[in-house]
Design a protein around this ligand. Structure first.
Ligand SMILES: C[S@@+](CC[C@H](N)C(=O)[O-])C[C@H]1O[C@@H](n2cnc3c(N)ncnc32)[C@H](O)[C@@H]1O
Length: 183
């Protein structure tokens, strides 16, 4: 009887620890885990005008949900950057399981270190803590006219070109138009 209670207590601890890991790992780098919904992904794919053979980045790609959706449903090359090695491994395995590993690449990398020069379509669902640094990075590296979709969180200084619910599209402005006058 006591042995059974010990096993149950350990199982509960292990489950609780796993749940904490699941949602909070990544937080020290700026964002924990939360999955995007199918509605958000469909809105993102439309706003980014994804066409076959495009390349799209998912910064903070988690378990690969968006990467697999974009590759499978829009036949694009999808490149993810994910800080958490377990999530990266699950995303790679999941892409294989869905038959899209030829279209999906997952880098185990801090998203701030991803070179966005030349990329024209970027997606992310992160946290307010990262939005200013991301706005600066996108403005510095991506060409004017490139498309960026952020789920839930907005850039501090730029207005979305379009929003579908909580899915916001930005068109990268020319460098001199990037900061507010007097900001
Ligand atoms: C809200 S989830 C994104 C979900 C994913 N885009 C999807 O559609 O399923 C945020 C992810 O960003 C990762 N992350 C947070 N900060 C990061 C950083 N600095 N570099 C790379 N990944 C990061 C977290 O580990 C987490 O998996």
């Amino acid at each position: 009887m006591v042995a059974a209670q010990v096993v149950v207590a350990w199982a509960l601890w292990a489950f609780a620890a796993f749940m904490v890991y699941l949602f909070l790992s990544g937080l020290p780098w700026g964002a924990g885990y939360s999955p995007t919904s199918r509605r958000q992904l469909e809105a993102a794919a439309e706003l980014l005008q994804l066409k076959e053979d495009d390349t799209v980045y998912d910064l903070g790609s988690g378990f690969g949900r968006a990467l697999i959706f974009f590759a499978k449903e829009r036949h694009v090359h999808a490149i993810g950057a994910e800080i958490d090695p377990l999530r990266k491994a699950v995303a790679v395995w999941s892409a294989r399981r869905h038959g899209v590993s030829a279209l999906v690449t997952v880098l185990r990398k801090n998203l701030m270190d991803v070179d966005l020069r030349g990329s024209t379509k970027v997606f992310f669902f992160l946290s307010p803590l990262l939005m200013r640094r991301l706005q600066e990075k996108v403005g510095r590296e991506m060409p004017p006219g490139a498309l960026v979709v952020s789920v839930e969180h907005r850039f501090p200084d730029w207005e979305p070109a379009e929003s579908r619910g909580d899915v916001h599209l930005y068109v990268v402005p020319a460098p001199k138009a990037q900061t507010r006058p007097f900001a």
